[in-house]
Design a protein. Structure first.
Length: 328
């Protein structure tokens, strides 16, 4: 049987298939099911910057109640209970105690701020690492690309100061020079890059004349963009690469590993087919490896990356030219 063991951000994993941040982590029985199905690790559903800010605002409002009253008037003291962010921390602690599989906390952010202190609290729950999910649209026409990139580096630096364990950064694909951004994050001590964050965009209902927001699962075709960038970045930066989006089979995982991915994140396939489907994906990957005589994932990881191409320029350009020239 093929050896699927690998290491991600220095964390030993039993397999390279990682459950991406999703509703799979909403219940401990689902997490245990993913572990039993062979998941190498699981990324817990994100704690959002807005949740932390809202909790701080609510606490400030509660503490202001009766501020002008006598201290002896204890009935004015607010009833304080755990809000969204604190409840999230308690949930992670519960999930940690329910499984032995590596767990990675996810922090979803758009700007630097006092919320970064929660990164330390997330780490204190006993998770094995942190995934910083940068989700932002650059909509200000006055802001140049360099300023947008600097905001990213500032967020990463502020979170890095709060945690001592391994940290991954999940990026969108729309930076002016993604390769430069990846190299800068690598230089700044990020242990892994997750490619890519999906931007969930609202539709418009012409009948009600209102925006419509809905969660649409990724499709298998969406793997092509992260696959290309993983192949371009493998071996050019020290950080591990996690391919995310469009992974629906063991063969998709094989493609990602051939491109140079350290691990492969999946969620849509499990939400569509059920969590036990993860074991099917692993069997497909094992069978593919056995057919080709690969004893472990290291034997073929990055085989089809740009670094392994005889001519790197041809790798970048020739496929594009050939595709257009072959059109009739």
């Amino acid at each position: 049987m093929a050896n699927l063991r690998t290491s991600y951000m220095g964390i030993p994993l039993e397999s390279p298939l990682v459950v991406a941040a999703s509703s799979v982590s909403s219940y401990t029985d689902r997490i245990r099911m993913a572990e039993q199905a062979g998941a190498g690790a699981l990324v817990i559903r994100s704690l959002f910057e807005e949740q932390i800010a809202l909790e701080a605002l609510r606490l400030e409002e509660d503490l202001s109640v009766g501020a002008d009253s006598f201290a002896e008037a204890l009935t004015y003291f607010p009833k304080i209970r755990h809000g969204g962010a604190d409840e999230h921390l308690h949930w992670i602690e519960k999930a940690r105690s329910a499984t032995k599989m590596p767990l990675i906390a996810s922090l979803n952010a758009v700007s630097a701020g006092s919320w970064v202190h929660y990164a330390r609290r997330l780490e204190a729950t006993g998770v094995n690492g942190l995934e910083l999910n940068i989700y932002a649209l650059a909509t200000d026409p006055r802001k140049p690309g360099a300023a947008i990139e600097q905001e990213l580096y500032d967020i990463v630096a502020s979170v890095r100061e709060e945690v001592t364990g391994p940290m991954a950064v999940k990026l969108g694909p729309f930076y002016t020079s993604l390769a430069h951004v990846a190299a800068e994050l690598d230089r700044r001590g990020v242990q892994a890059l997750v490619l890519f964050n999906r931007f969930l965009q609202p539709d418009i209902d012409p009948i009600t004349e209102s925006p419509v927001s809905e969660m649409v699962l990724s499709t298998a075709a969406e793997i092509k963009l992260p696959l290309r960038w993983v192949a371009l970045l493998h071996g050019r930066i020290k950080a591990d690469l996690a391919l995310s989006t469009g992974v629906y089979s063991g063969l998709d995982a094989a493609k990602a590993l051939l491109a140079g991915a350290t691990v492969v994140q999946t969620a849509g396939a499990l939400l569509k087919n059920g969590i036990p489907y993860l074991s099917t994906m692993l069997r497909e990957l094992e069978d593919w490896m056995a057919d080709r005589g690969y004893p472990d994932v290291a034997a073929f990881r990055g085989k089809l990356s740009q670094r392994e191409a005889p001519d790197p320029f041809v790798f970048e350009r020739a496929q594009y030219v050939r595709l257009l020239m072959d059109q009739k």
